[in-house]
Design a protein around this ligand. Structure first.
Ligand code: BDR
Ligand code: CA
Length: 312
């Protein structure tokens, strides 16, 4: 079977790092063409450095490019230290990046990959969607080379950065709007599903006991990341937002979703950055998004634990 050509656009970020590991673990399914980075969980300098360190830990040799430092229109949100620490990836020790930095910007690398491929590519944005907004605005001719977006962002019932909005969308609502309005199929792993994709302390110990370097690293990332979920959000486990966007591609049968029309609110007083989901079809508009709302949690944890055991 032909592999799925994949690009991951991320802001590591603890759960971004685990999403990268999950994608790398499925080398039989994915052909990872590139990793691009964006400012979000921390500055783009830090997320770029973090992505390169994570890839060095995994032993994944694909081009990694530095993307947008600022949202398309607004100022960066900031305040993410409470979730990801000063480095954006506080907690575990990570190796230094390997190889030379990519001479291309994320925009240039995205264009290069998309120009070269014959088979349309799946893109997983797991951070603010600035790189995607710029790509789609500047090179709409490349839309035909994008099969689908499997994103982590948004939420039907809740926000996590304001009462209404999820961080990745709120961080650059104008870019998210360009992506959602693009006409390209979108699978949305929003908070409705990602809050169900959590790992308990006991399950994290099982992951650690895999014993391989990457499983231990993922468990250490979860040790740090879970503090926010337990102490601030009072959730029953560590919420693995970003891995959902990759896990859906690996095992769509463990997720439940509904095609809906979704708009991004770019000027609401109270709802800026909200993904407005037309669940009952009031607008009659095209169903542009598969909104994931549930996951078989034991199957998700099993998938993660078994896949990460395949890494070094
Ligand atoms: C999103 O925000 C970041 O903290 C996570 O990496 C995830 O992409 C969740 O709202
Ligand atoms: Ca992220």
């Amino acid at each position: 079977m032909a592999k799925i050509p994949l690009i991951i656009d991320c802001d590591p970020g603890h759960d971004d790092a685990i999403a990268l590991m999950l994608a790398a673990s499925a080398s039989d399914l994915f052909d990872i063409k590139a990793v691009t980075t964006v400012g979000g969980a921390q500055s783009v300098d830090k997320t770029y450095y973090n992505a390169r360190r994570v890839l060095a830990a995994i032993g994944l040799d694909v081009p990694v490019a530095r993307g947008a430092a600022q949202p398309m229109v607004r100022k960066a949100l900031g305040g993410t230290e409470i979730v990801h620490g000063q480095s954006g990836l506080d907690g575990p020790a990570l190796p230094e990046p390997e190889g030379e930095p990519c001479p291309l910007t994320a925009f240039e690398l995205l264009c290069q990959v998309l120009e070269e491929v014959e088979e349309p590519v799946t893109i997983c944005p797991t951070g603010p969607m600035t790189n995607m907004g710029i790509l789609l605005a500047v090179r709409p001719d490349l839309k035909k080379k994008i099969k689908q977006f499997s994103i982590m962002g948004g939420g039907f019932y809740m926000g996590n950065w304001t009462a209404a909005a999820e961080f990745n969308i709120l961080a650059d609502p104008e870019a998210a709007k360009i992506l959602f309005d693009s006409g390209i199929p979108i699978i949305m792993s929003g908070l409705d599903v990602t809050h169900k994709a959590y790992v308990t302390r006991e399950e994290n110990e099982v992951l650690r006991q895999n014993g391989n370097r990457c499983s231990v690293l993922a468990a250490e990332l979860i040790d740090y990341f879970s503090r926010y979920h337990y102490e601030v959000e009072k959730l029953p486990g560590c919420t693995l937002h970003d891995p959902c966007a990759v896990a859906y591609l690996l095992a769509p049968e463990i997720f439940s979703g509904k095609p809906c029309h979704v708009e991004i609110d770019v000027d609401g007083t109270y709802t800026l950055g909200k993904t407005v989901v037309d669940w009952f079809g009031h607008t009659g508009k095209e169903k542009n998004v598969l909104v994931l709302y549930d996951v078989n949690r034991p199957a998700f944890v099993k998938l993660l634990t078994e896949q990460l055991a395949r890494l070094r």
